[in-house]
Ligand binder design. Sequence first.
Ligand SMILES: NC(=O)c1ccc[n+]([C@@H]2O[C@H](COP(=O)([O-])OP(=O)(O)OC[C@H]3O[C@@H](n4cnc5c(N)ncnc54)[C@H](O)[C@@H]3O)[C@@H](O)[C@H]2O)c1
Length: 250
Amino acid sequence: MQEFDQKVAFVTGAGGGMGYRVACDLLAAGAKVLMFDLKPQPETIPGDSDQSIYVQGDLTDEAEVATACARAIDAFGGIDCLANVAGALWFGRDRSALEMELDVWDQVMAINLKSMVHTARHVVPSMRMRGGGAMVHFSSTQCMRGDPAPQDAYQAAKAGVVAFSKSLAIQLAGDRIRSNVIYPGPTESPMQDRWNENPDARQATAGAIPLGRVGSVEDMSNACLFLLSDRASFITGTELLVDGGLQAKP
Ligand SMILES: NC(=O)c1ccc[n+]([C@@H]2O[C@H](COP(=O)([O-])OP(=O)(O)OC[C@H]3O[C@@H](n4cnc5c(N)ncnc54)[C@H](O)[C@@H]3O)[C@@H](O)[C@H]2O)c1
């Protein structure tokens, strides 16, 4: 038996760094997985098969999310796990809320927060029918403090993810559905590809992290699979920092 045998997972951001790793690790652990992303299917992900489906779509469109959930339920019999990984950080356009374009604010909130409302609304009925479930929502350490170079919409959306997760945890505990958050610290992924042009920035970031390196997508996937698994069956309404000790520093 593998840990996720008989489980069905809905994974967003599966065309990106962390979501791709989470989807592949769930597949390797025996889950059936519906992967969802704006980007086309990465060549290395197994295509439509008995175990996986890849949907290219927009999480800010509730109808597209509803259709994808229905497809997972139709193909795999239901949904047990939700990994809300997708997110977007718009360097340059997402700035101080006092001066940024407010349509940028709305779009960033829609991608990083409302998208998670869409997925939760459409997986919960199936989780209830199956007698329980588990969700993990990706926030960011960025929402824990102010920043002299603000990205206010992203920061507020990521704080909203934490509040939303706690509320879901309490609303759904009676249905045996758990809801938890991961706060990734700075992590090597396509979101941080600016580091490829500026390795000194990566090095400086790594140097500020007590464990001496930036995070990997494997670090985040390991934490996510733990919280989705039955090993975390008494954990709900909480947050797991995966940041190499950064937030523990004075
Ligand atoms: N990389 C970091 O340093 C870091 C740090 C803290 C938090 N995070 C968070 O971790 C999560 C994963 O980040 P990552 O580093 O893997 O980023 P990534 O850019 O590699 O992947 C994010 C994926 O989300 C998808 N996406 C964005 N908007 C979408 C939409 N409207 N519909 C469908 N898919 C959409 C993108 O296409 C992309 O593939 C995100 O929520 C991010 O905010 C990342």
